[in-house]
Design a protein. Sequence first.
Length: 129
Amino acid sequence: MIRLFFIVPIFLFLLSCSGSVMEKQSDSGKYTIILSHKGKELKKGRNSVKLRIVDSKGVRVEGAVVELSPWMPDMGHGVMLIPEVTDLKNGDYRIENIFFSMEGLWELRIKILKGNLEESAIFEFPDIT
Ligand SMILES: [Cu+2]
């Protein structure tokens, strides 16, 4: 029983180290966005991620309109391909066809629209290869 108290934190720590789970507050702090993906890192080419969106009370944000766009800040460009968003319900959203066209620093710029609230967040990926 005691062993679980050690194993669970170590597991979560390893998970966050491998880059497969990232967490960000939206600009106003109203939402927390948890981004996860399979495998260790996002790569040049097409990628998929899952977003979980929760509000400040920890309630999952269901039925939002989620938009995501890859952006390369150093060169001031995005990509032509528009990522595909699927609402998985329960505050989870799957995003496919996230295309990084070249190596380097990329941002994933996220917009979340629900009711008359528009929140945004940026996840950074410094070393896409
Ligand atoms: Cu570029």
